[in-house]
Design a protein around this ligand. Structure first.
Ligand code: NDP
Length: 332
C-alpha cells in the first residue's frame, strides 16, 4: 500500500517536495484493533500548522511521519467485538490506503442519515466548527449583519447558511466570481464580495449599510483589516482561522485593532472546534435536521485517487475548492 509522509518542514507555501509517497506493508490487526480500507480523506488548512515544529493545541507531525487527518473507511478485518467487516467508520487516520486503528479511536457512521462523505464535511469537523463558532461566540440575532470570509469553503459556506437560518443578513467574502455566484444563488447569501477583484473596504461599506454585528474570521490578513472600521457596538468576532497567514515566513503585522474593539465594546474570541467535543452530538443532530428539512445545503470538491491527495491539500491555499475538499480513494 501507499503512504504519504512528511519529508521536509515546508518553508512558506508547501510543495510536493515536502512530502514523500512510500510503499509500506498492510499490517495485521491485533486484539482490539481493526484494519480499515481508506475511502475518503479530508484535507484541511490546519494541517499546514502541524507541519511546523511549533507548540500548538495539537502536536506537530514528526519528520517522516505519515500525515493524518479525518478519514472515512470501511472495515476489512476486525479483532474487536465492536466492529464488523463492512462497517463504515470515521477516525483520525493516516494518509495511506489501509490503516490499523484501536477500537476506541474510531466510530461507526450511519449512512442512513447522510452519505458517508458528509461525516467529514457538514456533519463532521468543519460543519461543527461553523455551528459552534457562530452560535456560541457569534450569537447572530434576527436582522443583524453577519460577514464571513472564506465564505465558499467548508466552514464558511455552513456559517453563512446557519446565520440565514437565524434570520441574519449575510455577506460572504470569497476569491472568485464563481464562488460569489454560488454563495448567493445556491446558498442564499444576501451579498458577496470577490476579494481578488474588488476593494474589500469599499464593497463592505456598500453591502453592510447598517454596519457589521458578527464577523466570522477564516482568513485574517488584509480582508480582516477591512472589517474593523465597520463594527457595530457589541459586535462579536469568532476567530476560527487565518489561512492567509499560514504560509507566511515572517509575522504579518496588521493595523492595531484594540481601539476598534474598545470603542464598540466588541468581543473577539479565538476557538478550536475541540473545545466543543462534549457537545458534538448536539451540533450534529441539529445540522442533520436542517439538512433533512432542506434548510442547509453542502458542497464537496471530490478529488479522485489517493495519488492526488497532496495536490488537493496544496490546492486549499490556491482556493481551488468549493465547499469541503475531500479525496475519494475507493468506493464503499
Ligand atoms: P476551506 O474549505 O475554506 O478552504 C480554504 C479556502 O481558503 C480556499 O478555498 C480559499 O478560498 C481560501 N484561501 C486560501 N488562501 C487564502 C488567502 N491567502 N486569503 C484569503 N482566502 C484564502 O477550508 P476550511 O473551511 O476547512 O477552513 C477555513 C478556515 O477555518 C481555515 O482558516 C481553517 O484553518 C479554519 N478552521 C478552524 C478550525 C478551528 O477549530 N478553529 C476548524 C476547521 C477549520 P478563496 O477562493 O475564497 O480564496
Amino acid at each position: 500500500q501507499k503512504q504519504i509522509r512528511l519529508k521536509n518542514r515546508p518553508l512558506g507555501t508547501p510543495t510536493h517536495e515536502d512530502f514523500q509517497i512510500v510503499e509500506a506493508p498492510i499490517e495485521k490487526p491485533s486484539k482490539g484493533e481493526i484494519l480499515i480500507r481508506t475511502v475518503y480523506i479530508s484535507v484541511d488548512p490546519y494541517l499546514r500548522g502541524r507541519m511546523n515544529d511549533v507548540k500548538s493545541y495539537i502536536p506537530p507531525f514528526g519528520l517522516n511521519e505519515v500525515i493524518s487527518s479525518g478519514v472515512i473507511g470501511q472495515v476489512v478485518e476486525s479483532q474487536s467485538a465492536l466492529f464488523a467487516k463492512g462497517d463504515v467508520v470515521l477516525g483520525i487516520l493516516g494518509w495511506q490506503e489501509y490503516s490499523i486503528a484501536k477500537e476506541t479511536s474510531i466510530r461507526k457512521i450511519d449512512q442512513n442519515l447522510a452519505p458517508a462523505s458528509a461525516f467529514l464535511s457538514v456533519l463532521g469537523m468543519t460543519g461543527l466548527t461553523a455551528y459552534f463558532g457562530l452560535l456560541d461566540i457569534g450569537k447572530p440575532k434576527e436582522g443583524e449583519t453577519v460577514v464571513v470570509s472564506g465564505a465558499a469553503g467548508a466552514v464558511g459556506s455552513i456559517v453563512g447558511q446557519i446565520a440565514k437560518i437565524k434570520g441574519a443578513r449575510v455577506v460572504g467574502i470569497a476569491g472568485s466570481d464563481e464562488k460569489v455566484k454560488f454563495i448567493i444563488d445556491e446558498l442564499g447569501f444576501d451579498a458577496a464580495i470577490n476579494y481578488n477583484t474588488q476593494d474589500v473596504g469599499t464593497a463592505l461599506q456598500e453591502t453592510c449599510p447598517n454596519g457589521i454585528d458578527v464577523y466570522f474570521e477564516n482568513v485574517g490578513g488584509q480582508i480582516s483589516d477591512s472589517i474593523f472600521p465597520l463594527l457595530n457596538n457589541f459586535a462579536r468576532i469568532p476567530v476560527c482561522g487565518a489561512i492567509s497567514s499560514y504560509n507566511n515566513e515572517k509575522a504579518d503585522i496588521g493595523p492595531r485593532v484594540q481601539a476598534y474593539l474598545i470603542k464598540t465594546s466588541s468581543l473577539m474570541q479565538g476557538f478550536t472546534v475541540g473545545n466543543y467535543s462534549s457537545r458534538f452530538g448536539e451540533g450534529a443532530k441539529e445540522l442533520g435536521s436542517w439538512l433533512k428539512e432542506g434548510k442547509l445545503k453542502y458542497e464537496e470538491t471530490l478529488t479522485e485517487g489517493f495519488d492526488h491527495t497532496i495536490d488537493a491539500f496544496l490546492d486549499l491555499f490556491k482556493g481551488a475548492n468549493l465547499g469541503k475538499s475531500l479525496i475519494k480513494v475507493a468506493e464503499i
